[in-house]
Design a protein around this ligand. Structure first.
Ligand code: SF4
Length: 116
């Protein structure tokens, strides 16, 4: 089990020492209880936002930035990147346009983050 983490919930970046079990971790070094929730999530169901770019044709730029609209389970991150890398869109696109819907049945879409 992981025994140290840096909490990324806020800019304080507390260095956390962890013992106990993933379901009942004993956490030291946290300045607030959100650090405990962060550790539980990281140990039992880690999630990540995915930010990347996809190719775009018909405009000035060659790529447009995209991201997952919410965090997805970390176990899908490489598979989602593979899907993203295979996509090409055509200009114009608008911030919020969905380029991948409900990736891996997570309920999360991948969306464009810039008008282009
Ligand atoms: S434990 Fe609390 S204060 Fe420390 S980084 Fe996490 S959220 Fe911020």
């Amino acid at each position: 089990m992981i025994n140290e983490l840096i909490c990324i919930t806020c800019p304080m970046g507390c260095r956390l020492s962890i013992s106990g079990t993933p379901e009942e971790p004993v956490v030291e070094g946290n300045k607030c209880k959100r650090g405990i929730a962060y550790v539980k999530d990281e140990l039992t169901n880690p999630t990540r936002m995915i930010c990347s770019t996809v190719k775009i044709s018909g405009g000035i730029h060659k790529v447009v930035p995209v991201k997952t609209a919410q965090a997805i389970p970390e176990k899908y991150k490489f598979e989602v990147m593979k899907l993203i890398n295979g996509i090409e869109v055509h200009s114009p696109v608008v911030m919020g346009d969905v380029i991948l819907e409900n990736v891996f049945d997570t309920g999360v879409n991948v969306v464009v983050t810039r008008n282009m």
